[in-house]
Design a protein. Structure first.
Length: 652
C-alpha cells in the first residue's frame, strides 16, 4: 500500500499516453497533490495537468514520462495509467489499454502505423464501422443552453433543427420556400414520403428502430427519433404535449437521432468533416482536411484493398444512386420500384386496381411505361458500369388504397345524411372491400401480384430494356438485373421467368443486352428449397427484413412498440433481430440456401439486400458465409466497406 496524502511531495494521478478525446500525441492527464485513491476523479479539489506537475515535481514527472513510453511501446497502444507519488517516489498502480473517442481511435491507429508499432491490418481492426458512423453525422453543440423535453428511440443518427409540422404536404410546401421543418407524426406511412424527403428530421411518438419512419429515414440519411412515448401527438390541433407542456406547429425543436433526445428551441449544429470527405466535397489531401479525415481515408482505402465482399446500395432514385456511388457503392443491390409509384403517382396503381376490365387496366399500365423508363434511365446512368438490381413491383396493396375503416365511416355518414355518393367513390369502396386483407404483408404482393396482373411486370421489363438501350446509345454502360420478389415455389419462378424472358426478347427486337434474372429469398420455404429455385435463377438476394419477419412471426412495424422492448429488458432476446441478423435462426436459413445454391453451381451469385447488409455484426457473418455482396442504405455504405475489410482480417 502506498500513500499519496502523506506530504507535499506526495500525490496521485491518472495519465494517458495520448489524448483519448482527440488522439493528439503527447501525454495527457491529471495530478492531485496530497491526495489518495479516487480523489482525482471524485472532484474534491481541482487537479493540475501533467505539464503543471512537471514544474512542481520535475524528477518524478520525467520518470513518469519514461515509464509511459515504455508501457506504450510494450502494449503498442494508448495506455491509461494510474499512479501514486509517495514522498517523492513514483509508484505505478496499474495500466490498461485506454478507452477513446471515435476520432481518437482512427488518429491513434494511423499514428501507430507511422511509428512502426502496428500494421495497417491491425489499424483497421482497432477501428469499427460503428465508430465511423459516429464521425459521419452532424452533432449538436451541447455546451450551449438546452431544454430537454423528451427522449425517444435513436432511430437514425444526426442532428436536425426546424419548426414542427404535422402534415407531410405542408412540410413539402414549407421546405420549398426554404424553411427548415421537423415532420411530427404518431407514426409515418408511405403517404408521408414526400414530407419526409422535405423535412430536416422526423419525430414520431410510436415505432422503433425498424419502423417505417426509421428505415426510410436511414435510407435517406435523415435524422429520426421514434417511439417518443412521452409525447402525445394531436394531428388535428397541430400540436404535441409532454406533460403540461404544449408545443404547437411552427415552434422550433432540435432532435438528436444519435441519442434520441428532443430539445425545445434551436441548438447550434456542428458539421462533420468526415461526411464532407466521404461525399467528395473535401479531399483527404486538401490543406483544410483535418487529421481525422486523413486517418479515415487511409483506413478506408486499406479496407477497400483487402475486402472480399462487394458493397452495393439500396437506392430508388437517380439522386440516391449518385450519392451511393460517391460514398463508394459498387452497384445497386435493391431498387424498390414500388417506391416510384407513391406520392403523386399513387393514382396509377389505384387506377390499375379499380379498372373495370383488362383493356382499361392495360391502358393505365401503358401510361406508366414512360415514367418507369425515365426512372430507370436516370438510375442506370448514375450507376454506369456497375450492376443495378431492379426488384419488380412488391407493393402491399393497402399502401396504395384508402383505409377500409375510414372509407366505411365516410360511406355510412354519407348514407345517413342522404348525401350524393359518386360512382367513383362507390367503385373505390367496392375495390377496397374486395381487396382488403387481414394481413396484407402476407397477401397479394410480390410475385403473386405479377401473376395476377402480368402486364404490370411486363411493363417494368419493357421499361428496363428500353432504358438500358437508351443509356447504352448515350455512351454509358448499363448493367441491369431483374429480381422477382417473394417467391416461394419453383413453379412461380419458372412461370414468371418464361414470361419475362419472352418480353425481354420481344422488346430487344434483335439488339444485344445481358439481363440476369434472379429472385429474392424472403420466405423460409424459398430458403430450404433453394436447390429447386436455383434451376431458374441466375442469382439469389436475401431479403433479410421479410425473412426475419416470416421466421419469427414478428411484424416489424408493430413489435417494437409493443412487446419487443420488454423482451430485450428481460433478456429474452439478446438484441433486436431487425437491427442485427439472428444468426442461429434466420442465419441458418441463409446458410442452407447458400449451401444448396453453391452445390448446384460453385460460382452461384449470392447477396444480401435487407437492412442487415449495413449492420457491422451481420456483415462479418455474411463474409464468413462467402457471399458475394451486401447492399444497404447509401449512408451506410462507408460503414459496410470498413466492416467488410475488418471481416477479411479477422478470418485470415
Amino acid at each position: 500500500m502506498v500513500f499519496g496524502n502523506l506530504s507535499d511531495d506526495s500525490g496521485t494521478g491518472v495519465a494517458f499516453t495520448r489524448n483519448p478525446a482527440t488522439g493528439e500525441t503527447g501525454s495527457y492527464g491529471d495530478y492531485l497533490d496530497r491526495a489518495q485513491g479516487e480523489d482525482v476523479v471524485a472532484g474534491i479539489r481541482n487537479t493540475m495537468s501533467l505539464a503543471d506537475m512537471s514544474k512542481k515535481e520535475p524528477v518524478v514527472h520525467a520518470e513518469l514520462e519514461r515509464l509511459m513510453k515504455t508501457l506504450e511501446d510494450h502494449y503498442r497502444d494508448l495506455c491509461d495509467i494510474e499512479f501514486t507519488v509517495e514522498r517523492g517516489k513514483l509508484w505505478i498502480l496499474q495500466t490498461r489499454v485506454g478507452k477513446r473517442t471515435a476520432e481518437a481511435a482512427f488518429r491513434i491507429a494511423t499514428q501507430l502505423v507511422d511509428e512502426g508499432k502496428i500494421s495497417m491490418d491491425e489499424a483497421l481492426m482497432r477501428t469499427s464501422g460503428d465508430q465511423l458512423a459516429q464521425l459521419m453525422f452532424p452533432q449538436f453543440d451541447l455546451t450551449a443552453n438546452r431544454n430537454l423535453i423528451a427522449t425517444g428511440i435513436a432511430a437514425s443518427p444526426g442532428a436536425a433543427v426546424g419548426e414542427i409540422v404535422f402534415n407531410s404536404k405542408r412540410a413539402f410546401d414549407l421546405a420549398k420556400t426554404g424553411r427548415k421543418v421537423i415532420l411530427v407524426r404518431r407514426e409515418t406511412s408511405p403517404d408521408d414520403l414526400v414530407g419526409m424527403v422535405a423535412a430536416e428530421g422526423i419525430l414520431t411518438s410510436r415505432g422503433g428502430k425498424t419502423s417505417h419512419a426509421a428505415v426510410v429515414a436511414r435510407g435517406m440519411g435523415k435524422t429520426a427519433v421514434c417511439g417518443t412515448e412521452s409525447i402525445s401527438v394531436d394531428e388535428k390541433l397541430l400540436q404535441f404535449s409532454v406533460g403540461d407542456l404544449i408545443v404547437r406547429e411552427g415552434e422550433v425543436v432540435s432532435i438528436d437521432g444519435t441519442t434520441g433526445c428532443v430539445y425545445l428551441g434551436e441548438l447550434p449544429v456542428t458539421q462533420s468533416p468526415v461526411t464532407s470527405y466521404l461525399e467528395g466535397s473535401l479531399l483527404a489531401t486538401a490543406k483544410d482536411a483535418t487529421p481525422v479525415v486523413k486517418a479515415v481515408d487511409r483506413i478506408l482505402q486499406h479496407a477497400d484493398e483487402i475486402r472480399k465482399l462487394y458493397v452495393r446500395a439500396n437506392a430508388d432514385t437517380p439522386e440516391d444512386a449518385q450519392r451511393a456511388k460517391t460514398l463508394g457503392a459498387q452497384g445497386i443491390g435493391l431498387c424498390r420500384t414500388e417506391h416510384m409509384f407513391l406520392g403523386e403517382r399513387r393514382n396509377y396503381v389505384e387506377r390499375v386496381v379499380l379498372a373495370e376490365n383488362e383493356a382499361e387496366q392495360n391502358a393505365v399500365i401503358a401510361e406508366m411505361l414512360p415514367l418507369q423508363q425515365a426512372d430507370f434511365v436516370g438510375i442506370l446512368k448514375a450507376m454506369s458500369g456497375y450492376p443495378v438490381t431492379v426488384r419488380l413491383l412488391d407493393p402491399p396493396l393497402h399502401e396504395f388504397l384508402p383505409d377500409l375503416a375510414t372509407l366505411s365511416a365516410e360511406m355510412a355518414t354519407a348514407e345517413a345524411l342522404n348525401s350524393t355518393i359518386t360512382p367513383r367513390d362507390k367503385a373505390i369502396f367496392a375495390a377496397v372491400k374486395r381487396l382488403h386483407e387481414a394481413n396484407p404483408m402476407l397477401g397479394l404482393r410480390g410475385v403473386r401480384l405479377g401473376i395476377l396482373i402480368p402486364e404490370l411486370f411486363k411493363m417494368q421489363v419493357r421499361a428496363l430494356v428500353l432504358a438500358s438501350l437508351e443509356v447504352k446509345k448515350a455512351g454509358f454502360e448499363p448493367k441491369p438485373e431483374l429480381m422477382i420478389p417473394l417467391v416461394a415455389t419453383q413453379r412461380e419462378l419458372l412461370y414468371l421467368r418464361e414470361t419475362l424472358e419472352e418480353e425481354i426478347k420481344k422488346t430487344l427486337n434483335g439488339a444485344q443486352l445481358e439481363m440476369p434474372i434472379g429472385t429474392m429469398i424472403e420466405t423460409p420455404r424459398a430458403a430450404i428449397t433453394a436447390t429447386r429455385l436455383a434451376d431458374y435463377a441466375d442469382f439469389f438476394s436475401f431479403g433479410t427484413n421479410d425473412l426475419t419477419q416470416l421466421t419469427w412471426a414478428f411484424s416489424r412495424d408493430d413489435v417494437e412498440s409493443t412487446f419487443l422492448p420488454r423482451y430485450l429488458d428481460l433478456e429474452l432476446l439478446p438484441f433486436n433481430p431487425f437491427e442485427s441478423l439472428d444468426q442461429d435462426g434466420v442465419g441458418l436459413l441463409v446458410k442452407i440456401a447458400r449451401d444448396q445454391a453453391r452445390a448446384y453451381r460453385k460460382d452461384f451469385k449470392l447477396g444480401v439486400c435487407g437492412e442487415h447488409g449495413g449492420d457491422p455484426r451481420s456483415i462479418h457473418f455474411f463474409h464468413n458465409l462467402n457471399l458475394d455482396y451486401v447492399s444497404c442504405s447509401p449512408f451506410r455504405v462507408p460503414v459496410a466497406r470498413l466492416e467488410s475489410g475488418r471481416a477479411k482480417v479477422m478470418k485470415s
